[in-house]
Design a protein around this ligand. Sequence first.
Ligand SMILES: [Ca+2]
Length: 473
Amino acid sequence: MSYCNIHIELLLIIGVSLLAATENPPHIIYIVADDLGWNDISWHDSSMITPNLQNIADESVILENFYVQSLCSPTRSSLMTGYYPSNIGSQHKVIDPNRPHGLPLGLTTLPEKLKETGYISYAVGKWHLGFCNKDYLPTSRGFDKFFGIYGGCHYYYNHSSSEHGTYKPGLYSGIDLHEESSNGIFKLKGAEYDGVYTSNLYRKKIAEYIAEHDPRKPMFFYVALQQTHSPVMVESEWSNLYPNVPDLVRRNYSGQVTLMDTMVGEVVNKLKEMEMYEDSLIIFHSDNGGDVKTYASNWPLRGDKGTYFEGGIKAIALIHGKGIRKTGYVNKGLFHVSDMFPTLIESVAGGQIADEQKISGSLYTKHNMTRKFNNPETCNPSKCLNFIHCNAHIYLNYVEIPAPEPNGTDIYLFNLDADPYEEVNIAASHPIIVKQLMDKLDKYRKTAWTFFPPADPACNPVNFEGFWSPGWC
Ligand SMILES: [Ca+2]
């Protein structure tokens, strides 16, 4: 299935490409969960308490073969630009707060493109696409307002993170909570914020942005939730909903899932209150698979966040609302997050993407493939300084082949129709398919590059009133 087929199929699902020229395009509510496990949703595991998402799902199209990258920044880079991350230097690892890089400047982002057709854009939550220079910030990349964090995660109560996130302490640490608008960029600290669980701040701000929006203009709202990313911290009212879960971390993680679900319900209710719901298209998906270190569950899929087995790159996903022709079913078509950009621009917003962009060697050239830079069994992500030297992952008619490092020997080939949980490696018995896919992979390697500079001590938040801030690249 080529890019065109993927795009056309997604377009058919949405079915809004035939909007009359006089009809206003819908509001687009794009909700991204962080590290949500494949099995951590009620339609896969009925013990998970996600009634709001279930209600939406019952009236939506569940995309059961929706693929993303295995980590946060690569998926979000692809979503915001329509490129494969490997073609825009964003494939490698994530955008670390101590490295002077970001989503490469000069690329037209989704909100910038939507602005051409009249959209007003808001973002609440996690950015994780660079901040070392003001030019990388959300309001410099097309959003009209932003409230949230620049990095990949932070502690929910004191809003701090280290250069290594919250996994382990780093030499540099600081507060990561900001608001941006036409009035400026603001570091958020004080009684209104200190000690307040971050998601509660988001809940308030999401409602505020929707209430302030002029409903006569199309709205693009990027709701980038921190749930269910580490640290596994949640107020007890949520974890107490799972009294039968014996493990404390899993109980807290489950509470995060239900808080996430509640926030989605609050978005829906606010849209209804403002009489915008009937004119809204809602998209929900995770940015990568669940992280088993935080007790997420991707069962029965193999692998998890950071791997290129199904558990790392197959995301919970649905699409709901205005323009959907047929709802209440599971679609098993093969999609990649990069398909969202052209679909939303052309089919939903009524905008245009230049033909030369569609047919260029890198931009918007879609295939059923997802590249990978590491293999959990052979490659430590922290040592993968260039994904080309690590592993890749390619799909062809539902057969996948994670290819090895150039000097490696491990090749996996799975028939996902017969073996969806990747239990039997059939590479040795299918050399022709392996050769075909390796040749294809080599072709794509030639279009890849990496933007992953070394850490720069100029990032130190002590230089910026204790905040992770722009101004050092
Ligand atoms: Ca993530």
